[in-house]
Design a binder for this molecule. Structure first.
Ligand code: GDP
Length: 360
């Protein structure tokens, strides 16, 4: 499944954000280490194209793509040495495809900060260091085993060299992900170790309304983590929005000068960070978005609906969303020659409206 793990220092708003993500109340409390059990929150990826498709095809329902978030414990300075809840809780995010780090920007004298002050740059550094140390431990545990396997010729020496190269990157204080290009890291064998810093990161700045409205301040924070993506939201506001009707929620957002909820932003940015895209299907039953990797071929896309569709793939009838909307109906799009028959080698585009022909 497509999942994003959430990390951050205690009391930065992880549980509050996660409550908003799940619309459930998980334990949110004003003390460190409140978050213990991992949970999963599934968020719809907002996609206005689905509404238009549903109207065109008189679809009974809309099925958006989803992004899943995994809640995890706070990380404190020394977590890799067993401080706080220690490293076992990092296990929950090892399986995630990306990591969202929540960074506290909001100032509230009633909410203690573990290090006693609000300092985004210092918090980023703390979490970074802990994740790098956790990865170093993982590598140090794996290396003797791999060395042995190379000796008895069960493994190629190149694999060992790859792990040692990664170790050097971490030892100088860099993350694997940020060094893939500069250090020409081969990810093939590193992947099986599920290193945390090998995953793409999204930064979620949990801020109050004044910072959300302050373009310069936001830019300053975004610059701290660039080229990684950042999202700015008010976790407390987001969890309050969940209590409201859609219309009330929109009004409340407008009052804060926002056009899109932070959760919608987060789902969108998560999709972007993971290099994902969607294609669309539509009929009287449903208008639906399906998640694929950028670069997937038509049979791979068919496989997301059903593995039989991939195996039995013959061809796909495809029209781009924009062409379909310009035409106003499938029949008119066909008359205009905009509906194409594509074969096995076709590389999917975001927003392709598709009907698969399969032999099974
Ligand atoms: P976690 O330890 O990172 O999971 O943090 P929590 O979500 O439990 O939040 C800790 C405290 O900060 C709670 O009392 C929240 O109500 C409060 N809090 C969370 N987000 C915000 C925010 O955006 N603004 C303000 N003022 N308080 C917040």
């Amino acid at each position: 499944a497509l999942t994003i793990g959430i990390v951050g220092l205690p009391n930065v708003g992880k549980s509050t954000l996660f409550n908003a993500l799940t619309r459930n109340q998980v334990l949110a409390a004003n003390y460190p280490f409140a978050t213990i059990e991992p949970n999963i929150g599934v968020v719809n990826l907002p996609d206005p194209r689905l509404d238009q498709l549903a109207e065109l095809f008189s679809s009974a329902r809309i099925m958006p793509a989803t992004v899943s978030f995994v809640d995890i414990a706070g990380i404190v300075k020394g977590a890799s040495e067993g401080e706080g809840l220690g490293n076992q809780f990092l296990a929950n995010i090892r399986e995630a495809q990306a990591i969202a780090q929540v960074v506290r920007v909001f100032d509230d004298p009633d909410v203690v900060h573990v290090d006693g002050k609000i300092d985004a740059a210092s918090d980023l550094e703390t979490i970074n260091t802990e994740l790098i140390l956790a990865d170093l431990q993982t590598l140090e545990k794996a290396l003797p085993r791999v060395e042995k396997e190379v000796k008895i010729k069960k493994r190629d020496a190149a694999e060992l060299a790859e792990l040692q190269k990664a170790q050097a990157v971490l030892e100088r204080g860099d993350t694997i992900f940020s060094s893939i290009a500069s250090d020409k890291l081969e990810m093939e064998h590193l992947r099986e170790l599920s290193l945390l810093t090998a995953k793409p990161f999204i930064y979620v700045f949990n801020a109050d309304a004044d910072v959300l409205a302050d373009e310069a301040k936001r830019q300053q924070l975004a610059d701290l983590v660039a080229p990684a993506d950042s999202v700015f939201l008010d976790a407390k506001l987001e969890s309050e929005l969940m209590e409201l009707s859609e219309e009330e929620a929109r009004e409340m957002l407008e009052m804060e000068g926002q056009t899109e909820s932070g959760l919608d932003q987060l789902a969108r940015v998560g999709f972007h960070t993971l290099g994902l895209q969607t294609y669309l299907t539509a009929g009287p039953k449903e208008a639906r978005a399906w998640t694929i990797n950028a670069g997937d071929t038509a049979p791979q896309a068919a496989g997301v609906i059903h593995t039989d569709f991939q195996r039995g793939f013959i061809k796909a009838e495809i029209v781009s969303f924009d062409d379909l909307m310009d035409a106003g109906s499938m029949a008119e799009a066909k008359a205009r020659g905009k509906v194409r028959m594509e074969g096995k080698d076709y590389v999917m585009h975001d927003g392709d409206v598709v009907e698969f022909r399969s032999g099974s």
